[in-house]
Design a protein around this ligand. Structure first.
Ligand SMILES: *[C@@H]1O[C@H](CO)[C@@H](O)[C@H](O)[C@H]1NC(C)=O
Ligand SMILES: *[C@@H]1O[C@H](CO)[C@@H](O)[C@H](O)[C@H]1NC(C)=O
Ligand SMILES: *[C@@H]1O[C@H](CO)[C@@H](O)[C@H](O)[C@H]1NC(C)=O
Ligand SMILES: *[C@@H]1O[C@H](CO)[C@@H](O)[C@H](O)[C@H]1NC(C)=O
Ligand SMILES: *[C@@H]1O[C@H](CO)[C@@H](O)[C@H](O)[C@H]1NC(C)=O
Ligand SMILES: *[C@@H]1O[C@H](CO)[C@@H](O)[C@H](O)[C@H]1NC(C)=O
Length: 428
């Protein structure tokens, strides 16, 4: 017998040996497959099967529409996909969350996808809801949802669907009819009608000027009465039907605000407090005629914000106060200790004030106010010593003045010369 041959010999041994060899081969094959698949099969598996898509969340902005008017929804995540709508390798689909699907049909349907955007012409209240846009290429897929709310065209709905805009009193400025790009593209003869509180603004009116070919309404010398609701309407033709596209604007008029350099007038450099008691240190800022709204004020402890430094809330920032005294503005933010503890004596507190013109801070430290203090007790004594010292200095100076010239001359020769009476005696 020379080893184990497949034919003959003890069958049980050869069988087990065959099994062993087979399993060895199988294992090797398995390794081979796994190894090869790591290089070839896996990348193919990475292609995203339909339905397996990353949800990026809901877009922060709700789209508002007016019943009977066209509405366009743009896929919110497309800007993350460079040139996605243009690329033939990217598949962009829309569906409404509440229905199984919303396959865009022929030209005649109310809802259709055009150039990646969802067009609803005309929008009905029933079209309100959540829409999900799916963007997919060979290797990646993601989804984002956007909400649409369609209102009836009533006065009441104005407050919901108006865009806030701000102009400054006694200046000239313009309102912009917002989010019209889908309807004004490739249009040179764009004509916008402007309404204030539902009354058409006449082109003959000198105060308002609808600037031809743009989406702007110029308002001259803005007054308080100019505030309120405006609408702009642009006509849009679609499949031979003319639709209006309406946008509402709520105009707020701001007073011209002056900016001044703030001056921190409180706190003092040191604040006396008793351990265990409650303490309030106001940070008071003088603004003169300057605006409070643009002045930011806060406290810090050891260069950390109060909220982070005292998460347990023992030390907090109080309510911000804005007030005027004799036509001059002040802002105040108190720092409240409840109570003061020993650690506070070693902490660097500072009040920081910031506006467009300056950035300032003022440091303050809390000192313990004990009932008996050597500093206070010795204060009269130090005063007496100070006065005596002063008298002595005065006398010495009078005595010395006569020798001033000789002293200066000597000094140039002796660099280490010191102004002590003993030295003066030696010079004599
Ligand atoms: C698919 O899109 C992703 C994300 O934009 C991109 O990184 C990837 O290169 C694209 N793949 C193909 C095959 O276009
Ligand atoms: C896009 O996806 C839809 C649905 O999955 C499919 O019917 C259509 O053929 C795809 N289009 C392209 C260009 O891949
Ligand atoms: C779709 O609707 C269901 C049920 O109304 C809700 O649970 C889900 O969060 C919605 N999905 C999106 C993306 O809004
Ligand atoms: C702007 O309007 C106010 C009244 O609203 C008026 O007193 C002022 O003279 C006007 N200024 C200009 C430059 O027209
Ligand atoms: C569109 O608005 C114009 C005036 O702005 C109005 O005369 C017209 O009736 C409106 N059309 C529709 C379809 O609402
Ligand atoms: C601030 O720093 C001082 C010294 O570095 C320390 O003793 C004190 O506890 C610190 N205070 C806070 C609130 O961290």
């Amino acid at each position: 017998m020379h080893g184990c041959r497949l034919q003959g010999g003890r069958p049980e041994i050869s069988t087990s040996s065959v099994l062993w060899k087979l399993s060895g081969t199988m294992f090797f094959l398995y390794l081979l497959i796994v190894g090869v698949s790591a290089f070839t099969i896996q990348p193919e598996e990475r292609t995203v099967p339909s339905g397996n898509c990353q949800f990026r969340g809901k877009h922060f902005k709700t789209t508002f529409g007016v019943e009977g008017e066209p509405v366009v929804l743009r896929c919110p995540q497309v800007r993350y996909w460079l040139g996605a709508s243009a690329s033939p390798h990217v598949n962009l689909t829309w569906r409404k969350n509440d229905s199984a699907g919303m396959a865009p049909g022929g030209e005649e349907t109310q809802v259709r996808v055009e150039d990646g955007a969802l067009w609803i012409v005309p929008a009905l209240q029933g079209n309100s809801g959540t829409y999900i846009c799916t963007v997919r290429n060979a290797s990646y897929c993601d989804e984002m949802s956007i909400e649409l709310r369609v209102f009836k065209k009533t006065e009441a709905s104005l407050t919901f669907i108006s865009y806030p805009q701000i102009l400054t009193l006694s200046t000239s400025g313009s309102l912009v009819c917002p989010e019209l790009s889908e309807f004004t593209r490739n249009k040179t003869d764009m004509k916008i009608h402007w309404y204030k509180d539902s009354v058409l603004l006449d082109q003959a009116n000198e105060k308002f000027l609808s600037v031809q070919g743009t989406t702007r309404l110029l308002i001259h010398n803005v007054s308080v009465e100019d505030g309120g609701y405006y609408s702009c309407v642009v006509a849009f033709a679609h499949n031979g039907t003319l639709y209006n596209v309406t946008r509402n604007i709520k105009l707020r008029i701001n007073k011209k605000e002056e900016e001044t350099v703030p001056v921190i007038i409180s706190p003092h450099q040191t604040i006396l407090a008793s351990l265990g008691s409650r303490l309030t240190i106001p940070c008071k800022v003088f603004l003169g005629a300057g605006a409070c709204s643009t002045t930011v004020l806060w406290w810090m402890a050891n260069n950390t914000n109060i909220e982070s430094a005292y998460q347990e809330g023992r030390v907090t920032e109080g309510q911000r106060l804005e007030y005027s005294e004799n036509n001059e503005n002040y802002v105040e933010v108190p720092l409240i200790f409840n109570p003061v503890i020993r650690e506070d004596l070693n902490t660097d507190f500072k009040c920081v004030v910031h506006n467009t013109l300056s950035f300032q801070m003022l440091h303050t430290t809390v000192k313990e106010a004990s009932t008996f203090s050597w500093e206070i007790a010795l204060a009269p004594l130090s005063l007496v010593l100070f006065v005596l010292g002063g008298i002595w200095m005065h006398r010495w100076y009078k005595h010395r003045t006569g020798k001033a010239y000789g002293l200066t001359a000597l000094k140039t020769g002796h660099q280490d010369f010191q102004f002590y009476p003993s030295n003066i005696k030696e010079i004599k």
